[in-house]
Write a protein that binds this ligand. Sequence first.
Ligand code: 6PG
Length: 205
Amino acid sequence: MALSGGSTPKIIFETLSIPGKYKIDWNKVHLYWGDERCVPPTDDESNYKMTREYLLYGIDIPEANIHRILGEAKPELEAIRYSNVINEQLPKTAGVPVFDLILLGMGEDGHTASIFPHEIALWDAEDFCEVANHPVSGQQRITFTGKIINNAKVVAFLVTGVGKKDKVAEIINHKGNFSSYPASLVAPVSGSLLWFLDEAAASGL
Ligand code: 6PG
């Protein structure tokens, strides 16, 4: 499975890491990331750091099953390296790696993974991973592109908060400017798309 970053996943990760709550054989689970900030793994901005603090510390998963994006590496080289990692390690359909599950978040601007509206063309990039740029901070990111995301067996959006209710409603109902939001492009070719919303984020539906 590929994990999303930001803050929303923390609620899921904390629950998953409660000892004995779920019977998950973590030896059989390999963790990847759908995007990462181009910062060291010790940086508070790092999605890997957040995952280690909220999930990894509490589960018995082999280090070999954790495939982090190297946020400290040169972005252009890491996008290539990570594309090669998933290409070599995952089963494929039509030459494209297939994830069992990809978790995604959505920003208030309708971005998902690290594909932001001002760079929505990255969604259709040829490569599996690209270098993206945060529209405000300019922070570089490594991100999956649409080719990988839409090839997954299951894509699960985790979206909370009233600030996202309008975008959620526009995207799910195909209304307003939905097509300008990268999150609206998530449409698994043959897999399932699930939305997990809290009441606030769903209040526009
Ligand atoms: C990231 C995430 C990003 C996130 C959204 C929502 O690296 O920030 O992958 O796509 O899911 O920005 O973030 P919140 O969960 O913090 O609202």
